[in-house]
Structure formats: structure tokens, C-alpha cells
Ligand binder design. Sequence first.
Ligand SMILES: Nc1ncnc2c1ncn2[C@@H]1O[C@H](COP(=O)(O)OP(=O)(O)OP(=O)(O)O)[C@@H](O)[C@H]1O
Length: 228
Amino acid sequence: MSRPVPLLTAGALTKAHGRTTALRGASVELYAGEILAVTGASGSGKSTLLHCLSGIVRPDAGSVTYDGRRLEDLPEKRLSELRRTEFGVVFQFGQLIPELTVLDNVALPLLLTGTDRAGARARAGEWLERFGVRGQEDLRPGELSGGQAQRAALARALVTGPRVVFADEPTGALDSLAGEQVMTALVHTARESGTAVLLITHDAQVAAYADREVRLRDGVVAALGVTA
Ligand SMILES: Nc1ncnc2c1ncn2[C@@H]1O[C@H](COP(=O)(O)OP(=O)(O)OP(=O)(O)O)[C@@H](O)[C@H]1O
């Protein structure tokens, strides 16, 4: 049987932030529908790798290929469009927009991709319900618990039906019960919709939700292993 083609590939990425070199030739492959954990010590380059893979940051050298397209060859406008339609992102602190209601936060990515307001709000409501955030649609994010806010952030990341979700320490600010609820919701929905997840974590319990794990050490991928 021929090997499947990765959906997203980082090839020998290097990236420096001023005088600090965060990535020194990191290579990784993400396959369609898989959940890949990227682990490693603080400062090993995990977030920088995620930013390069998701097209938020351009690497100094090396290549990122998504579905046959090299991100570095895309003009900024095409790259933004691709990020809006194909990628979803969740950070450690959900980064919901504080001035908008929870419902409008989740509806926003749909509005940005051309869905009409009524349709976007209806779909956002369905996704919030799916993530167990009920009856809080009209609150501001600051009025939610940490776990509810992260589940709303997941709804926002998944509402457009992306093929890849990038999750940077999505449970890092939560207690273990809320963290488990967030991970269960993320894994369940990703499996159901065939969405690939690149999950950054330093927590072995969180990494255990993944199909596969890669470990970064000093900006390179140090080891490959199967966790499940
Ligand atoms: N914007 C920046 N400006 C300067 N240095 C940075 C910047 N972002 C990251 N770095 C440095 O690059 C290195 C890698 O950082 P990165 O955030 O990618 O690692 P990480 O593994 O995600 O760390 P953590 O687990 O602590 O979030 C670190 O030494 C960090 O201090």
C-alpha cells in the first residue's frame, strides 16, 4: 500500500527571534484527520513551529507545504484567505474578543468568510451547543469560566469546518477537570469531522489524547513516537 501524502509538511524550518534561534531545522508532517501532539520543554520552539505551520509567521529558511501549496509562495492575501477557510486556531487563553458576546465571537469567522449575519449566528449557536456552552450566548467572554471560554474558543476554531486546527496549550490555563472536558470535546469533534489537530502541550496527560507525538528539543524534532 502506498504511504499517504501528508496534508501539512514543515521541511527543515529555521526561525530566529532577534538573537534567539527558536527553530534549527525542524521537520514535521501532519496527516489528514490525525491528532499530533508536539511536546518539548519550555523554549524548545513549539509555539514558533505552530506559528510557521499555520502561516502566521514566515520561517527564515525551510518550507511549509499545505495540500500541495508552498505557503511561502503565496501572496499575503491568498495566505490570509487560506488561514480563514482551512485553518482554525485555539490558544492557551482563548483570546475571544472581550467586547463581543460569546455568540458573536463564534459567528465572526463565518462573517469573515461571507456568511450572512442570521446564518452565521444560527450556526454559531449550534456549535456552542455542541461544545456544551448553553444559555451563555449573550454573555461577554469575561463572564464565562475558563473551561467554558476555551470550549467557546474551540467552537470558534471549528465553526468554518477547517481541515486543520492548531491548538497551542489549549488546556494550559485550566484545572484538570475543565482540561479533560476541553480535550474530550476537541478530540470528539475532530474525529467526527475528520479535522487534523496539531496540539502543543507540555502535559503528558494531554499528549495522550493524540495519535502520535513529536518532541522538540532546542528547535529540532528529537524523537518520534506513537502514544496510542
Ligand atoms: N517574539 C519573540 N521575541 C523574542 N524571542 C522569542 C519570541 N518568541 C519566542 N522567542 C524565543 O524563542 C525560543 C522558542 O520560543 P517558543 O515560544 O517557540 O518555545 P515554546 O517551546 O513554545 O515555549 P513555551 O513552552 O514556554 O511556550 C525561546 O527562547 C523564546 O524565548
